[in-house]
Structure formats: C-alpha cells, structure tokens
Design a protein around this ligand. Structure first.
Ligand SMILES: [Zn+2]
Length: 162
C-alpha cells in the first residue's frame, strides 16, 4: 500500500497542474486570429462575406452617424473599406470576449472613433457616390460571387506553381 502512494501523489499532482494550466498561462489559450482579406482563400471568403455584411448592416443601425460618407453603399467593392471594417469587427469580438478586461470596452470605442475617421478619409478619396441613386452599386451578391471566383482562380494558379 505504501508504494502506491507516491504514484497516486504524482498522478494527482499532474491532474492538478493540468487543471491549473489554462489559468496560469492565459496567453497560451488559442486566440482566433484576425481575418486578413487580401490573403483569404475562396472557401474562407465565402464564409466571411455574409458575416461581415451582416455585421456592417447592424453597425450602421446601431450607430446612425455612420452615413454613406463613412460607409458607402458600395463598401464591399473597396478592399480598403473591407479590411478596415473587418479590423473593427475583429476588435469588437476580442474586446467583448469572455475573459477580456473590463477596460476593453473603452478600447473598442477608441477603435470605433479611429476607424470611423479612417473610413471617412478612404470614402472621400474613393469618391463614392451618395444618395438613393447610389444605394445599389454593383449588387452585393454579384460582386461577392465574382470575388470568390477570382480567389478560386488565384488558388488554382498557386496550386499549379505559377
Ligand atoms: Zn464606391
């Protein structure tokens, strides 16, 4: 009986360590990386487009000040706007994640202020149209289908070693 005790002790200690490990090393918990649109493959793009579009629509409802001078109707046609909006979406996800510090809500609002200013600049530089006649640029569905096809061709080219 006495010889079993050290083994049981070791087993118990290992189990305790394993249970404690995630709390002791919060950095080691796998984080979801941000979405990088320029390098996204066709399948990932197919998954991410509706998620981003839905989030952008909701954001414009939540913040009425985000008019077409900040996020124009044709935002999805411009990579600079897509990437900036995605950065904001990723920031919000991380800021309100379980385990985030209470101060990260403030970080999110700083990001919202900064990215909104950036979007306003980008949109002015792009000279996107405003008003009802511009509400439908190239329809979203068509643009996304073309974008996914373009990414599929690019992936095929890479696979061929071009
Ligand atoms: Zn535009």
């Amino acid at each position: 009986m006495a010889t079993e005790t050290p083994h049981l002790d070791i087993a118990r200690r290992l189990q305790e360590q394993r249970q404690r490990a995630p709390r002791q090393n919060p950095d080691r918990v796998e984080a979801t990386p941000p979405v990088h649109w320029p390098s996204l493959g066709p399948l990932d793009a197919q998954r991410e487009w509706p998620l981003l579009a839905e989030w952008v629509d909701a954001l414009r409802v939540r913040y009425q000040g985000l008019d077409s001078y900040v996020v124009p109707a044709c935002w999805y046609e411009h990579e600079s706007l897509v990437v900036a909006l995605q950065a904001l979406k990723d920031h919000e996800r991380v800021a309100y994640e379980k385990g985030s510090p209470g101060s990260s809500g403030t970080d999110w609002h700083r990001a919202l202020r900064d990215i909104t200013a950036l979007l306003r600049e980008f949109t002015a530089d792009l000279r996107c149209g405003h008003g009802a006649e511009y509400a439908q640029g190239e329809p979203y569905e068509e643009f996304v289908a073309e974008d996914i096809a373009r990414r599929r061709r690019r992936a095929a080219t890479v696979a061929l070693g071009q």
